[in-house]
Design a binder for this molecule. Structure first.
Ligand SMILES: Cc1cc2nc3c(=O)[nH]c(=O)nc-3n(C[C@H](O)[C@H](O)[C@H](O)COP(=O)(O)OP(=O)(O)OC[C@H]3O[C@@H](n4cnc5c(N)ncnc54)[C@H](O)[C@@H]3O)c2cc1C
Length: 234
């Protein structure tokens, strides 16, 4: 059955970095029950043939009151994200969902290596909040790549998590030279961590230009493609 399209009210708007914004939305017809890692489809009143559908992952686990936390970067010239930047508290927007299979594998019987570039971190942050709210003791390594120091998302939160949870390691990377530099720096960090080591569960998120070369790296290290969980944004 198709998911219901409904209005959601904008409860709050916050800038997290110079180019990343958080919107908290409250669906007005019915709560959306979702798993960490899933996304909603926003139907935006812009473009040549509105609505323009754009997907946004939930950044925080579900709550009893049903609000949805979405976090996105402002893409230069991007019609969807620039429209979202015009919304203020009290506005509403149409959405449907939840959708998606980029969710936590269960059981977590191997180390998780999660790698994201920029807002690719959003669904992973939701999974981490969910896991640590449940006092999970899984071993997790997170590599998070940002285009600038001030664009490192959730940086303080992740540093704190790494100090308070011995099983969680956080490796932030700044690649100011663009996506390809992000790939190169991540690969040079990743290869020694996986070559000849016991298999991990890889989860990768970001644009295709970032995710695909990393998946290839795992495949070269004798992972089956299906063992590498990916979410691509474009
Ligand atoms: C399953 C899924 C979940 C997503 N979750 C999020 C999320 O939580 N946060 C978020 O910011 N975006 C997310 N996206 C991307 C989002 O749907 C839009 O594609 C993005 O906001 C750009 O839309 P636009 O209309 O502004 O730009 P468009 O005009 O569609 O331009 C897109 C181009 O901008 C570049 N680009 C830069 N940043 C992004 C980005 N973040 N996503 C996609 N392309 C980008 C790419 O080169 C791409 O070709 C998700 C996409 C998918 C498919």
């Amino acid at each position: 059955m198709a998911e219901l399209t409904q209005a959601a009210a904008v409860l709050s708007v916050n800038d997290l970095t110079p180019h990343v914004r958080q919107l908290v939305l409250l669906p007005t017809v019915q709560n959306i029950a979702f798993q960490p890692g899933q996304w909603v489809s926003l139907k935006l009143p812009v473009g040549a043939k509105p609505p323009l559908n754009r997907a946004y992952s939930m950044a925080a686990p579900g709550t009893r009151s049903g609000e949805l936390t979405l976090i996105f970067d402002r893409v230069p010239g991007g019609m969807g994200s620039n429209y979202l930047y015009t919304l203020i508290a009290g506005d509403d927007t149409q959405l449907s969902g939840p959708y998606g299979n980029f969710t936590l594998p269960m059981p977590l019987n191997r180390e998780l290596i999660m790698i994201a570039r920029y807002t690719g971190l959003v669904p992973i942050r939701c999974m981490l909040k969910h896991l640590y709210a449940q006092r999970q003791t899984a071993t997790i390594l997170l590599i998070a790549v940002a285009p600038a120091e001030e664009e490192l998302l959730f940086h303080q939160e992740l540093l704190t998590l790494a100090v308070t949870h011995p099983g969680f390691r956080y490796l932030p990377l700044v690649a100011a030279g663009g996506e390809q530099q992000g790939v190169d720096l991540t690969l040079s960090m990743l290869r020694p961590l996986i070559d000849g080591m016991p298999k991990v569960i890889p989860m990768l998120c970001g644009t295709k230009g970032f995710v695909r070369p990393l998946r290839t790296c795992f495949v070269k290290a004798e992972y089956d493609r299906k063992e590498v969980k990916t979410e691509t944004y474009d």
